[in-house]
Design a protein around this ligand. Structure first.
Ligand SMILES: *Cc1c(COP(=O)(O)O)cnc(C)c1O
Length: 363
């Protein structure tokens, strides 16, 4: 076979896709992995047993329940909303993609407040939605007046607010969420609050959700539920919005086993909450210890902490951590995050290993 020059493809992709870089989260084979905000512990053993039992009742030869009715009604019950106010998909990333397929697209725009989760602008571009970038302050908080002015002028179809924000950990005050929501409503746009880390934070935007409010709150099983491997996420929002998302999702997008797994997990809420409590306590310990080192640390309401080694090259510190078999997220070359590293809260042992390595490097 003649080798194919991939750059000279005979079939051209869309021009905007051809110019795009894909989303990457580099993985390395190291002893301590604190780079993707996963749970350091697997779900409880009883969960694995319950999943095994649930597997036996899966009807493999039939298509799954397209509406995922039971899963949605269990999630709805957990949040005190109606099942038709819940839309579930393969990870909250697919939820966000469906939101943009239905509400974004050519001639429409999405507002993001940088620095924030890269998938919001990436998925906007993939769906042909123009991206309008707002700025967070030096301390990564949002200026509600500036945000309102931007939304008033851009009139975006969707405004993304990530709270707690990835990668800074910043939790938006409820008053700011309320003010963005008013602006979204008055400019005929939607506010999407990405709450991938909400369980680690002091408050949520969920109680602003009702059928009269253009608000969608997204959640994921990936972080809190220690189930990044399962790919399951959901949105809570008005029933009219959920109805539109159902039109753009692929038929039977949630397989039968995943629906069963998602239902089963909800029987372990107490275990999950205990783990979240332990991670929040460990986050406080980690942040306190970092406070004693020559690094800047930002307050976090998530299961990670953003930090910047003072007077040092962030990429070099990252590399030296890798040399000591500790992997954190290297944000040092990302716009507005000059020199920053993001570290996921791990087990006490993992965090101690990270701290010991960092101390050695910064000594
Ligand atoms: C990790 C993360 C997600 C999770 O995406 P899934 O597709 O549910 O795994 C969503 N939003 C943010 C901000 C995240 O950091």
């Amino acid at each position: 076979m003649t080798p194919v020059d991939a750059t000279a493809g005979l079939v051209r992709p869309r021009d905007d896709i051809a110019l795009m870089a894909g989303y990457h989260s580099p993985q390395l084979d190291v002893a301590v992995r604190l780079n993707t905000n996963e749970s350091p512990l697997p779900p409880p053993a009883a969960f694995a047993d319950a999943v095994a039992a649930a597997t036996r009742s899966v009807v493999w030869n039939r298509y799954p329940d397209r509406q995922a009715a039971e899963l949605r009604s269990r999630i709805a019950a957990r949040h005190g909303v109606a099942p038709d106010q819940v839309f579930a998909a393969n990870g909250s990333n697919e939820v966000l993609q469906c939101l943009l397929l239905a509400y974004g697209g050519p001639g429409r725009s999405a507002v993001v407040f940088e620095p924030t989760y890269a998938l919001h602008s990436h998925l906007a571009r993939v769906t042909g939605t123009a991206v309008v970038e707002g700025e967070r302050g030096e301390d990564f908080t949002l200026d509600p007046d500036a945000a309102e002015a931007l939304m008033d002028s851009a009139r975006p179809a969707v405004t993304f607010l990530c709270s707690p924000n990835n990668p800074s950990g910043t939790v938006e005050p409820r008053s700011v969420v309320a003010s963005l929501l008013d602006t979204a409503a008055s400019t005929s746009g939607l506010l999407c609050v990405d709450e991938a880390y909400a369980e680690f934070a002091p408050h949520s935007a969920l109680d602003f959700v009702d059928d009269e409010t253009p608000l969608a709150v997204t959640r994921t099983y990936s972080k809190t539920w220690a189930m990044a491997g399962a790919r399951l996420g959901y949105l809570v929002g008005p029933a009219w919005l959920v109805a539109e998302l159902e039109k753009v999702a692929l038929p039977y997008h949630l397989d039968a086993l995943k629906q069963a797994v998602g239902i089963t997990a909800l029987e372990f809420v107490d275990d999950m909450q205990a783990r979240v409590g332990a991670i929040v306590a460990e986050r406080t310990r980690l942040a306190d210890r970092l406070g004693g080192l020559p690094v800047d640390v930002w307050p976090s309401g998530a299961n990670f902490v953003l930090m910047r080694p003072r007077g040092r090259d962030g990429a070099d510190v990252w590399k030296q951590l890798v040399d000591r078999s500790v992997l954190v997220r290297n944000c040092s070359s990302w716009p507005r995050l000059d020199g920053c590293l993001r570290v996921t809260v791990g087990t006490r042992q993992e965090d101690d290993r990270f701290l010991a390595a960092l101390e050695e490097i910064l000594a």
